[in-house]
Design a protein around this ligand. Structure first.
Ligand code: ADP
Ligand code: ADP
Length: 229
């Protein structure tokens, strides 16, 4: 079965005359190990879909399953636990804590979950920063890093709890071309090595082409691009 299985997903915002129906019966499967781009014009509902897939917002109706669990009927508390264990997030703006170092930013989610900063978490944080090419920046404050470096720290942070799925909303939207390509290379490498599934929203055709699959949100539904080898 698929890692993520979405059926007939509907999301409306507002009520009465102000009601906007953004997702209109969207179906989507994501298999383990996929590297998929999420395309669509501004306002088409990409962020809405990512937010629902990330269990940060509930759909108006439809079903959303991941790892075989029905997430539409799960309690808020179960959703929080599920999210912390299985889903990582990368945003357009890195959302790093400015007064903390690269390493502290990476281990923060694990420290929150464990209620303290463990030695294992520090070790894993260090390994992740090595893997994203920032071994020489571990103890730099987040504000001292370049844009591309910040986004690589954000990727390391997203991987901290070994999620099966990473959702990235315009992760390269704020980067120059060279840094954007470095970030995509890194995502491709992690995807290839660890079978972590990535869904990456982007406006950028060049970024989308790097992904093995393209999914387009059109009129509230998902249209699948052709699968490439
Ligand atoms: P995209 O990420 O593709 O640009 P979004 O999911 O951000 O699209 O937005 C889809 C539509 O939903 C837009 O018309 C947007 O204005 C509307 N929308 C998004 N969030 C809200 C909200 N919290 N309340 C009302 N309308 C919203
Ligand atoms: P990368 O390609 O590794 O993302 P860049 O090429 O953007 O990094 O930056 C090159 C160098 O400039 C890096 O060593 C980085 O630390 C430094 N740098 C970039 N922006 C800043 C900044 N705002 N403050 C301090 N150093 C910076």
């Amino acid at each position: 079965t698929a890692l993520v299985e979405v059926r007939n997903l509907v999301k409306t915002y507002g009520e009465g005359e102000a009601e906007t129906r953004v997702l209109k019966g969207l179906d989507l499967d994501l298999e383990t190990g996929e590297l998929a781009a999420l395309l669509g014009p501004s306002g088409s509902g990409k962020s809405t879909l990512l937010t629902i897939l990330g269990t940060l917002m509930r759909p108006t109706s439809g079903s959303h399953r991941m790892l075989g669990e029905d997430l539409t009927t799960a309690s808020d508390r179960d959703l929080t636990e599920f999210r912390n264990r299985h889903i990582g997030f990368v945003f357009q703006f890195h959302h790093l804590l400015p007064d903390f170092t690269a390493l502290e930013n990476v281990i923060f989610p694990a420290a929150v979950e464990a209620g303290r900063e463990t030695r294992e978490a520090r070790e894993r944080g260090r390994e992740l920063l090595v893997r994203v090419g920032l071994e020489h920046r571990m103890d730099y404050l987040a504000t001292k890093l370049s844009g591309g470096q910040k986004q690589r720290v954000a990727i390391a942070r997203a991987l901290m709890n070994q999620p099966e799925l990473v959702l990235a909303d315009e992760p390269t939207g704020n980067l120059d071309r060279e840094s954007a390509m470095q970030v995509m290379d890194l995502i491709g490498e992690i995807n290839g090595r660890e079978k972590t599934t990535f869904l990456i929203s982007t406006h950028d055709e060049k970024i989308a082409e790097i992904c093995r699959r393209q999914i387009c949100v059109v009129d509230g539904r998902a249209e699948m691009g052709r699968e490439r080898a």
